[in-house]
Structures are given as structure tokens and as C-alpha cells.
Ligand binder design. Structure first.
Ligand code: TXA
Ligand code: MG
Length: 332
């Protein structure tokens, strides 16, 4: 199969619609990462997403809809705080997990009685979802366990030959995946941290917990139990107070003749040789926006990436550190 990267125009949107109606897949941009979309109502189409990604069959998918889509045709929207969250954050990088009405393929939710729904705010995503006017099941458009794509070229790098059309909406501004929040209980529970923070949700809903699975317990967001987001190069991660160790580790590796790069926040960049450190930026939002771009760059340019955690905590850092730690494996 040939893979075309196309700007978002009437012609490419019509092509996207025809592909989806035939049970095929289309990659599209959102403000978080690119998604690999298929018609959520079709078992066969949804199955092909799992096949293309090599995704475990017990990891459910998010359904994407445009902002005027009738949510109550898909889910039971019975928690008053959920409406408040929608008014405050949607369209945007927040996915809400509701009790499902069973209107889409059971394979989307892997047999769970819930359904995750997201209304992205990216203009290209809205145009695409409005044009096709379908519930679009879409995971991130990468092979399972690889880093999520934040440009059309990243999608192409991972999925060329497996997807006929990549709608190119430029680089994703947010940079890490949406916050996934369960709204089936008496108060919201975050299943995956992301760009909408626990503090922001708490302010709107009065209370918000973050779910952490305990050993032996059935996980509530199956995706979180898998190793994720890893670049192809080797990686090590140092805590902010281990900068000195990171610097000497870096120079030891370099002396050994290895191709190494550092990944760190702007404030400590000058500790590494010029041109050998990737700049994550100056605050949480910048770290999020830059993280996957730089991880993709690292795997092209080095054999080992030596990452130092930014020192900032709170807010979007929960999501940033979750992704950075998953990408860079265990701490050194
Ligand atoms: O920003 C995003 O959310 C991107 C863009 C494309 O929208 N999508 C994305 O999808 O990150 P994916 O498949 O890579 O991650 C979906 C996450 C997984 O952790 C999955 O377990 C969880 O959402 N999830 C989906 N449906 C669920 C459900 N019914 N209950 C609990 N967790 C669910
Ligand atoms: Mg993913």
C-alpha cells in the first residue's frame, strides 16, 4: 500500500471519508499527538487498527467526535460534574470515560462497559471529524511501544505502507497525549495524566483523584500497564539533583567513542558540550510540547540518550514526568 501525506483540503477530506466508509484507516492531527482513525462502528475497521499498531487486544481505544456531535447517542452522561468538565475543557486535550450505550463496536472498549470519548480542539481534527461525521476510534498513530507521533513525518516513519492517507496538520502544539479521566463515579478519577491537570479538574469538579493501580488489582486503564513511548536508542534517566553524575556519565560514554546526546531543561543545558544537548525548554508546557519531537530526534542521532528530569513539579509535570520516565526506562 502506498501512503500519501496530504494537507487538509476538501479533496483530502473527501478521500479520508471514502477510506473510512470502506473500513480503512486514516491518520489525522490533534493538538496532542497524531491519531490513527477508523470507523468506530465497524468491527473490521477497529480490528485493523490493532493489527496495524501491533496493539495488545485488551487495550481500549478512544472515540473522537466533533464538538457538535450528540454525545448522548454514545454514552450515559449522568454525572453533573462531567458536564462542568466538558464546558470548561472541551474541545481540548481531555478524554472522558463514560458508561457506554453500546453504539460502537465492542472491540473499541475491549468488552468493557465504558467508552472513552474525546473532542479535540485542533482545527484540522475538527474539520476532519465534522466532514466524516462519524465516531472515529483512534489510538496514537505509532506502532505499539514506540513514541507517539507529533508530526505527519513521524507517522510516516512508523506506519508507511500500512495506512493509505496521513492528513498533515503540522506539528502538534500540546505534545503529549490527552488526560484520560473516568467520569462514571461520584467524582472524577484521572486514569492517565496529561495536558489538563489534576489541579484544573479539581477546581471545576471540587474533587479529583489520580488512579494508581495496586499490585494484583485489575487495572482501570489497561493502556497504563504496558511499557510505552520508548525511542529506539538506549536511554538512561537521572533525577534533577543527579546532574553532576549525569555529566560525568555523559563524558565517560563519549570517551568510549559512543554517540551520546543529553536531554535536559534549558537551565542546565550549558553543563553538556555544545550541540550535544537537546533543549526541553523552560516550563512544563514547553517540556510537553518538545518531549516527543526531541525523542524522535534522539533516536535518529544517537546510540544512547542521557536524560535529566526537569526540576519543576505540579500541574502538567505529572504527565510530562510520566512520559519521560516511561520513555527512558528505569532511573539510572
Ligand atoms: O491524546 C490522545 O489521547 C491521543 C489522540 C490521538 O487523541 N490518543 C491516544 O490514544 O493517546 P491511545 O490509544 O494511545 O491511548 C488511549 C488510552 C489508553 O491508556 C487506554 O487504556 C485508555 O486511553 N482508555 C481507552 N478507553 C478506555 C476505557 N474505556 N476505560 C479506561 N481507559 C481507557
Ligand atoms: Mg498511544
Amino acid at each position: 500500500m502506498t501512503t500519501h501525506i496530504c494537507p487538509i483540503t476538501e479533496t483530502s477530506l473527501e478521500e479520508a471519508k471514502q477510506i473510512l466508509l470502506r473500513g480503512g484507516t486514516v491518520a489525522f492531527p490533534t493538538e496532542t499527538v497524531y491519531g490513527l482513525g477508523a470507523d468506530a462502528r465497524s468491527d473490521e475497521a477497529v480490528r485493523s487498527i490493532y493489527a496495524i499498531k501491533g496493539r495488545p487486544s485488551d487495550n481500549p481505544l478512544i472515540v473522537h467526535v466533533h464538538k457538535d456531535y450528540a454525545l448522548n447517542s454514545l454514552v450515559f452522561d449522568d454525572m453533573p460534574y462531567a458536564k462542568k468538565l466538558r464546558d470548561a475543557f472541551l474541545p481540548g486535550p481531555l478524554t472522558l470515560v463514560y458508561r457506554s450505550k453500546g453504539a460502537v463496536s465492542k472491540i473499541v472498549s475491549c468488552g468493557l462497559d465504558t467508552l472513552a470519548v474525546r473532542v479535540p480542539q485542533h482545527e484540522g481534527a475538527q474539520r476532519f471529524l465534522r466532514y466524516v461525521d462519524l465516531p472515529v476510534a483512534a489510538p496514537s498513530a505509532n506502532r505499539s511501544k514506540h513514541i507517539s507521533p507529533v508530526t505527519a513525518q513521524h507517522v510516516y516513519g512508523d506506519l508507511a505502507g500500512s495506512v493509505p492517507l496521513i492528513l498533515d496538520g503540522g506539528a502538534c502544539s500540546g505534545g503529549i497525549e490527552s488526560t484520560v479521566c473516568d467520569v462514571t463515579g461520584p467524582y472524577p478519577v484521572i486514569l492517565r495524566e496529561g495536558l489538563v491537570t489534576r489541579e484544573q479538574i479539581e477546581r471545576v469538579a471540587g474533587r479529583c483523584d489520580v488512579y494508581h493501580s495496586r499490585e494484583g488489582e485489575q487495572v482501570r486503564s489497561p493502556g497504563m500497564k504496558y511499557k510505552h513511548y520508548a525511542p529506539h536508542c538506549r536511554t538512561v534517566l537521572f533525577a534533577p539533583d543527579e546532574l553532576e553524575r549525569a555529566v560525568s556519565y555523559f563524558s565517560d560514554r563519549e570517551k568510549n567513542g559512543e554517540r551520546v546526546l543529553a536531554l535536559c531543561e534549558h537551565a542546565v543545558l550549558q553543563n553538556f558540550p555544545k550541540g550535544k544537548a537537546l533543549d526541553l525548554g523552560k516550563n512544563g508546557e514547553e517540556f510537553a510540547a518538545n518531549l516527543y519531537v526531541l525523542l524522535h530526534e534522539a533516536e535518529e542521532r544517537c546510540d544512547e540518550l542521557i536524560a535529566v528530569e526537569p526540576a519543576e513539579r505540579g500541574g502538567v509535570m505529572a504527565g510530562v514526568l510520566n512520559r519521560l520516565r516511561k520513555a527512558c526506562g528505569a532511573k539510572q
